[in-house]
Design a protein around this ligand. Sequence first.
Ligand code: ADP
Ligand code: MG
Length: 557
Amino acid sequence: MEKKQFQAESKKLLDMVINSIYSKREVFLRELISNASDAIDKLYYRALTDQNMTFNKEDYYIRIIPNKEERTLTILDTGIGMTKEELESNLGTIARSGSFNFKEEHEMKDGYDIIGQFGVGFYAAFMVADRVTVVSKSIDSDKAYKWESTGPDGYTIEPATKETVGTEIILQLKENTEEDNYDEYLEEYRLKQIVKKYSDFIRYPIKMDVTERKLKEGSDNEYEEVKEEQVINSMVPIWKKNKAELTDEDYENFYQEKHFGFDKPLKHIHINVDGAVRYNAILYIPEQAPFNYYTKDYEKGLELYSNGVLIMEKCGDLLPDYFSFVKGMVDSEDLSLNISREMLQHDRRLQRIAKNIKKKIKSQLLSMLRNEREKYEKFFKTFGQQLKYGVYSDFGANKEELQDLLLFYSSKEKKLVTLEEYVKRMPEEQKYIYYATGESVERIDKLPQTELVADKGYEILYFTEEVDEFAIKMLMSYKEKEFRSVSSKDLGFEEEEKEEQEKAEENKELFQAMKDILKDEVKEVRASKRLKSHPVCITADGEISIEMEKVINAMPD
Ligand code: ADP
Ligand code: MG
């Protein structure tokens, strides 16, 4: 039997999984149970869609078997199983190369768990075990195989005997040391506790033999210990539960169990709709952006279930791009199981759900903005850029939808404000919504162009991100007030303009002489009221501001 090496990066990663990724060791059980549940999902889906397969719902379960004598803990499932090749590719490569640096990139805070979406969940087993054995038989093979590993130095695969389709994971628990006790993972009460905490809503029964003290038969004072099989999770999927029965912690646990992210969600949205299209959904607004969020590698989407059966892991059609940060799942009994991905796109029911979800997300964001301002600002600092792209993209088709969700730094308030707040405060004679662009708030504060507008007592919005001005150009106006850059020629100050014109008349010859000397360097020489304490000031001529010009010039051809 040949011993295979893990891939080089896998070794380092495995070391990291074992030593530092998870804040709590007990989550190994959540990871293994989640994998078992995923495997049953896959088989269940196969059985429902394949005419040739028969199935009984009772045949789908997960079993936990602690063995004190051997010091082993076994997690068994009746899921889809793995072929020899799958054992090799799924368990022989830890994460994909490239995602190795996620921890550093993220400056992960303590208390956050990295999870399965990176393909590392399984290896959490090595936090508590020094040998992991996987015996599996795939639905697609009549042979069973055994994968075994004692950690970073590699793994072996050999034929094995197993009658039924499914997977058995046997953990040889580590020896206890002075600081660490691993025996707790053999105790029934402790295992029950961990399952309740992390895996209560798993939709298949998690069974375990539990010791009960019972009255001996025929006796009324003698007790005996009997082993009894119990289902230790409640099994009702969280999304079918009543909101009133659930706590924030339940939603947080589900977020983690589902591997939606390794942060804590900022907000959850639970939707139960019993209308023309019935569906349940649990959506989350994450606190942190995934490390690849603003890259083309990021894939948006929600998990899609048809009456409790997972049919797609990432259904992108359920979310508009500007809400691509939303995580979660949708379950509808009105969707057909057999529907193909291509057909799904055109499915009217799905489109209806998507529209509905979009509305809900927006209204939840608006209510967060109104009632939990601090939280909203935190959200906006992370995902606001995406909303601004949303305003700008699709030729502005979504601008109305999104304009009230935008925030900009205000010269007056010295904090982020909405457009609505700005317009409400505008003095009656103010014609435009003024903005200034620059690298940072400090830089913009020093711009000579802002001085005149600020002196009039008008508020200025500061645009410090490149996308800001593009988004505003797309918006054009808000509540019928046009946007106007402080460096534009026409600031809409009528009084000042009249004066400027008079001055121009008076000094016509002088300006003409100056212009003749400067020739092509300038388009026009005129008197200006613009300067207060700065000696010079450049103004932009046309549609494109100086800042935008810089961006455009910097763009590759
Ligand atoms: P993830 O769950 O994020 O994909 P894991 O490291 O937890 O990553 O598991 C790696 C892969 O191994 C899974 O995607 C799955 O294909 C396979 N796997 C793990 N456990 C089981 C199981 N009990 N039954 C079938 N396949 C499994
Ligand atoms: Mg997993």
